[in-house]
Design a protein around this ligand. Structure first.
Ligand code: SF4
Length: 432
């Protein structure tokens, strides 16, 4: 880790947590204490999570306690599920794999303590199948838990066996959507489901189901042991706790940085990331997760927490920041993203299936100098028409990203259009 980052509060990435799949070492440094407390007072854990202001750190930013309370209120008949979402497949996001590989016991303890708090008897660790080292580390750690007294303690608190399963995902980006993950757990292709019913009422096999991101649940043991006040104070208000930011692109020191929630983009890029690798001025930042929009140098001092970014019409997403410097063509970068969305669409919703492919095709035409005014106009129409027409957020993400690129870099799209001998081609007919 970069030396400057080491001066910041380290919770999830503290050396005591980064012991790999070594259960003995983890317990010698206090591992397991949170579970013992959760067994004594399951409702108290839910209260602590609410008071701590823990949010869904996989991109939703939804208050964690709401989903927890909804599942806890349901009867466990016959089962109740907890899915730990480690599908992590968004461009530029690479934080959960670090936690799964280097701190598997922290993740498992968070999951088991949560299961006790909501009364779940089946835990599924759902991990991107391409993450081979994290999967190997989790496999060893789960085996250690299966023969551990801690699991016996949790089962006694639940008054029935607690089942731990490690399930590699399907390898599809869309498999990270919560209802798609449930489909995969049931053994089917991960097509997102329509809502309602919501997972809390009818999830896996019709049972109450809580699904939380790896980073969210990894925070739980620390909140339980050190308290909600301590956790809130780690963040920069209104943010609470710490956040793992994945920094990549044109920066000197790319990597995962654990920083107070609400750290500014300027501090992340120029203090922790060492500034821009090319030495050129910053042009834009692509943020990770669906429904994210571009950030620009005007956003450098905005606090990177869910509420502050939402107030600016953007979103924190997974906390991934992909830095782009002056001289980089925005049209080409956006075309690459839209190709990703078109490739990732599961094809259930006609608007998404054809809309994302059409956007990708039009952007490729513009990027390769073959686009016309009509192509640009059609893209703008699609940006207005597509949001909220699909079962999941993928189609929203495709439209919002492009809309944001138009807002900040419209000139680049216009300049990339094909030129006729008399000037810009006004019609929909392709020149050449
Ligand atoms: S919006 Fe797209 S990715 Fe989502 S369910 Fe519909 S077709 Fe599939």
């Amino acid at each position: 880790m970069h030396p400057v980052a080491a001066q910041n509060p380290q919770v999830l990435l503290h050396p005591e947590c980064r012991v790999g799949a070594d259960m003995g070492r983890w317990r010698r440094t206090g591992g397991g204490k949170a579970l013992v407390q959760a067994v004594r007072d399951p409702a108290g854990v839910r209260n602590q999570v609410r008071e701590a202001g823990l949010r869904g750190l996989g991109g939703s930013g939804f208050p964690a306690w709401r989903k927890w309370d909804a599942v806890a209120a349901e009867a466990a008949n016959p089962d109740k599920y907890l899915i730990i979402n480690g599908n992590e497949d968004e461009p530029g996001t690479f934080k959960d794999r670090l936690l799964l590989e280097e701190t598997p016991h922290q993740v498992i303890e968070g999951a088991v303590a949560t299961a006790v708090a909501i009364g779940a008897n089946r835990i599924v660790f759902y991990v991107n199948p391409d993450l081979l080292r994290p999967l190997a580390s989790m496999k060893i750690a789960i085996e250690q838990w299966r023969t551990s007294d801690l699991l016996v303690l949790a089962a006694e608190a639940l008054a029935r066996p607690l089942n731990l399963t490690l399930l590699p995902g399907s390898g599809h980006y869309i498999g990270g959507e919560e209802t798609a993950a449930m489909e995969w757990v049931e053994g089917r292709f991960p097509f997102p489901r329509g809502k309602p019913p919501f997972p809390a009422q009818s999830g896996v096999m019709g049972c109450p189901t809580l699904i939380n991101n790896v980073e969210t649940l990894a925070q739980v043991p620390h909140i339980v042991v050190k308290g909600a006040e301590w956790f809130r104070a780690l963040g920069k208000a209104p943010g609470a706790g710490t956040k793992l930011y994945s920094l990549s692109g044109d920066v000197l020191h790319p990597g995962v940085f654990e920083l107070p929630m609400g750290t500014s983009l300027r501090e992340l890029i120029f203090t922790h990331g060492g500034g821009l690798l090319s030495g050129k001025p910053l042009k834009a930042v692509f943020t990770g997760g669906p429904s994210s929009t571009l950030l620009t140098p005007a956003d450098l001092d905005v606090a990177m927490d869910f509420d502050s970014l939402r107030a600016r019409g953007s979103s924190l997403g997974t906390g991934a920041m992909i830095v782009v410097s002056e001289g980089t063509g925005i049209v080409k970068r956006v075309a690459e993203y839209e190709r990703f969305f078109a490739h990732s669409s599961c094809g259930q919703c006609p608007s998404c299936k054809t809309g994302t492919k059409t956007m990708s095709r039009l952007l490729d035409r513009i990027d390769t100098g073959r686009g016309t005014d009509a192509d640009l106009a059609l893209l703008k129409n699609l940006c207005a028409l597509l949001p909220d027409t699909g079962r999941c957020h993928l189609v929203n993400g495709a439209a919002l990203l492009l809309d944001s690129a138009f807002r900040h870099f419209h000139d680049e799209f216009v300049q990339a259009l094909v030129k006729s001998p008399q000037g810009r081609n006004p019609g929909g007919v392709e020149w050449r």
